[in-house]
Design a protein around this ligand. Structure first.
Ligand SMILES: Cc1cc2nc3c(=O)[nH]c(=O)nc-3n(C[C@H](O)[C@H](O)[C@H](O)COP(=O)(O)OP(=O)(O)OC[C@H]3O[C@@H](n4cnc5c(N)ncnc54)[C@H](O)[C@@H]3O)c2cc1C
Length: 367
């Protein structure tokens, strides 16, 4: 079947001339195309619709404070409020709920963790509160050491949002379902050609596939494996995300919760493991007082980077080729912000944050 046959949506000319060709429709490709649309630029998105991408396995948690020391995530003040607005905007355009505010109830796992949390509250960390209703969750969870609340947390509803955006693109003839193969791409002076498509620029939002891409494989990617369980828990309120070692986050489908995850820098394969299944199930049994049933177990590789900062911008030596990638463990918070920065850079020459701009790798990209 030719590309033309597989294209969904309205019929198009044999040669498609667009401003931008976007490879990948995870969170990055979704927001990049959304901001191009807002700026009335023409584009096409190609995605091979893999089943277990990080964007599809992710819980969608947007959380301003993380880690053992309960410190603010990188650029928390800018990216969290930007993400909140971005999910609301794309959601309202599509007629779905893009994200909901769900603060995290952090049940302390040990006395040290409790002490760190309460100290950060005392220091005036405005995202944290020593939750006043300490007994509120007594009938639901075991938590002898009490709990705190992380405020301004959101849950991006990617399981609804990504397919809805894909349907929108398809209905406009802007989506092609196929595996992009760079051997079919020709780089011209002022454009790139891919099969029957001519674009001024191609932007790679293809997650870990860029790891093997001829233009960006030198970038210091550091894939990180994560596993999750999907559990059915009737009766557990859906107004919060719960945390005790693992995160337990409500999904859009009634009674379903996401339980995860782990962070593995070293692994033999990308498949789910028996060890994680047993560890997570055991943990849930000792934490949750309600009956539950595990429905599925998934794994995926996060497009993480060695210095834990994204890769955003135009290739220093290939002016028609760009990238939006490397979102690591924080794609839900970072992708909308940097998709918008990239669009503003391309259209109006505005600066990309130097810590994210791939021009910082000018030397290694010359190799
Ligand atoms: C278990 C787990 C839990 C997570 N939880 C969270 C969380 O709660 N909050 C958070 O902020 N982040 C979370 N993350 C991280 C987050 O999911 C990622 O940062 C984000 O999804 C990366 O998005 P992306 O668009 O860059 O890449 P991807 O999701 O990998 O999207 C790339 C797309 O490109 C397509 N593609 C690749 N190659 C080709 C090709 N050759 N041709 C056509 N299409 C192609 C793929 O089909 C895919 O759709 C989690 C990740 C994992 C694994």
């Amino acid at each position: 079947m030719s590309t033309q046959d597989k294209r969904t949506g309205t019929a198009s000319r044999y040669k498609n001339q667009v401003d931008y060709l976007i490879i990948g429709q995870g969170i990055c490709g979704t927001f990049l195309s959304f901001y191009f649309q807002k700026e009335n630029r023409s584009f096409l998105v190609i995605d091979r619709n893999e089943v277990l991408t990080p964007s599809k396995v992710s819980a969608g948690i947007i959380n301003p404070v993380t880690g053992r020391r309960m410190v603010r995530v990188w650029m928390a003040e800018q990216v969290i409020s930007f993400a909140h607005h971005a999910y609301r905007e794309i959601g309202s355009f599509l007629g779905v709920t893009g994200a909901s505010q769900k603060n995290v109830i952090d049940f302390f796992s040990n006395p040290h963790q409790r002490q760190v949390f309460l100290q950060r509250v005392e220091e005036g960390e405005s995202y944290l509160s020593s939750y006043p209703e300490q007994n509120r969750f007594n009938s639901l969870f075991n938590y002898d050491l009490g709990c705190g609340e992380i405020r301004d947390c959101y849950l991006a509803h990617l399981e609804e949002l990504l397919p809805a955006w894909q349907r929108h693109l398809a209905s406009n003839g802007q989506f092609i379902e196929e595996r992009f193969d760079s051997r079919d791409m020709h780089i011209g002076q002022d454009s790139i050609q891919y099969k029957d498509i001519v674009a001024s620029k191609i932007i790679f939002c293809d997650g870990l596939a860029s790891f093997r891409n001829d233009f960006f494989k030198q970038l210091p990617f550091a894939p990180n494996k994560g596993e999750v369980l999907i559990a059915e828990i009737p009766g557990l309120p859906v107004d919060h995300i719960y945390k005790k070692g693992f995160m337990l986050a409500p999904l859009q489908q009634e009674h379903l919760f996401w339980l995860g995850s782990n962070y593995q820098w070293s692994f033999d394969h990308a498949e789910p493991t028996k060890e994680f299944y047993e560890q997570a199930t055991r943990h849930l049994k000792s934490w949750l007082k309600l009956p539950f049933r595990i429905l599925s177990h998934k794994a995926s590789l996060r497009p993480a980077t060695l210095e834990r900062r994204p890769f955003v911008g135009i290739h220093p030596y290939q002016k028609n080729i760009g990238i939006l990638n490397g979102m690591g463990t924080k794609g839900c918070s970072l992708a909308p912000f940097f998709a918008n920065q990239l669009v503003q850079h391309l259209l109006y020459g505005k600066a990309i944050d130097p810590l994210a701009d791939i021009s910082r790798f000018k030397r290694i990209l010359a190799l």
